[in-house]
Design a protein around this ligand. Sequence first.
Ligand SMILES: NC(=O)c1ccc[n+]([C@@H]2O[C@H](COP(=O)([O-])OP(=O)(O)OC[C@H]3O[C@@H](n4cnc5c(N)ncnc54)[C@H](O)[C@@H]3O)[C@@H](O)[C@H]2O)c1
Length: 329
Amino acid sequence: MGADRPQHVLLTGAAGFIGFHVAGALLDAGIAVTGVDSLNDYYPVTLKTDRLARLTGRSGFRFHHLDIADHAALKAAEGALQADAVIHLAAQAGVRYSIDNPFAYAQSNLVGHLSVLELVRHSPARPRLVYASSSSVYGDTATAPYSESERVDHPVSLYAATKRSNELISESYSKLYGLDQVGLRFFTVYGPWGRPDMAYWTFTRDIIEGRPIRVFNNGQLERDFTWIDDIVAGVVATALRAPATPQPLHRVYNIGNNRPVELGRFISAIEEAVGRKAEKIMAPMQPGDVRATCANIDALKRDYGFSPSTRLEDGIPRFVRWYRDYTGT
Ligand SMILES: NC(=O)c1ccc[n+]([C@@H]2O[C@H](COP(=O)([O-])OP(=O)(O)OC[C@H]3O[C@@H](n4cnc5c(N)ncnc54)[C@H](O)[C@@H]3O)[C@@H](O)[C@H]2O)c1
C-alpha cells in the first residue's frame, strides 16, 4: 500500500446508495475522493443525480461519469491512477433483474471488476482495493449464521454467480500480482438515500400510498438488515487501516448485522413508522431469492473492530422520515 493512511480514494459507484454515503464519510475525514459512476437507469437516475448534487462542490470531491467496463475511459479519468486506495462498489445490483438482463451483469460485474483490477495493478501507489461482494454468494444451502469458511459453490442467481466470480478473480490477482485486497459480503443494507428496488423502500412507498404489498414466500423470509452508517464505518475501516492481525493479501469478510429479522417484524416496524397497517398479498418465493441471510461477523470484528449498533426498530423510522421528506409524501 502506497501510504500509511490513504489521502485520496478512487470510489466506483459513487452515485449509488452505499457509494454516496462512503464518499460523504471520506470527505468528512478530509480524504479526497475521485468518484466514478455510469448513472445507469436500473432505478430512477434522478435519485443518483440528487445524491451527487450533495457531493459536488464539496472540497476534495471530483466526479467522472463513465462506465468502469470501458477500461480506456477509466484509466484516462483524471485522478484514477493516482489514488492510494480504491473502493469498488459499482455493479449491476439486484437479484430479480438478472433474469431479464443477464448481459448487464456480465458487463458491469465481470468486465467492470476486471477493469478495476487492471487499473489497481498498474497504479503506481499499488493501492489497496476494497470491493463489494454479497451475502447472495451463500445461496440457499449454507448453514446460518454464514461464516466466510463456508463453501460457496452453489449460487442461485446470476448476480450471485458474478459476485462469487469477483472473489475468485480477485484471489488470482493477489496471487499473480501481490495486490492487497478486501472483499466485503454485504447483507441487505438500508437507510436514507437507499435503493428503490429493495423491500424496505417498496413496502414503505406502498403502505404510505395505501397500496397492497406482496409478501413473498408467505412471509417465511429472514434478512440480516444492516444500517447504512454501520456499513460505511466497516467499509472505511477496511480501506484506511491494516487488519489488527496479519491476514492473507486477499481477504473476504461478511459485513452484516448478525441479527436476522423475520419479514413480519420488518413489516410491523414499517407500519408503525408510517402509522398505517399494510394490506398484504401472500406470494410464492421469487426465483433467485434465498429464504434467510444471517452473517457471522466475528472476522471483521476481530480484524477491524466492526461493531454494528443500529437496531431495525431505530433504523426503520429514520428511513421512513427521510423517505417522506425526500418524496414529499
Ligand atoms: N445494498 C445492498 O443491500 C447490497 C447487498 C449486497 C451487495 N451490495 C453491493 O454493494 C455495491 C453497492 O450497492 P448499492 O446498494 O449502493 O447499489 P446501487 O445500485 O445504488 O449503486 C451501484 C452504482 O454503480 C453504478 N454502476 C453500475 N454499473 C456501472 C458501471 N459499469 N460503471 C460505472 N458505474 C456503474 C450504478 O449507476 C450505481 O449508481 C454493489 O456492488 C452491490 O452489488 C449491496
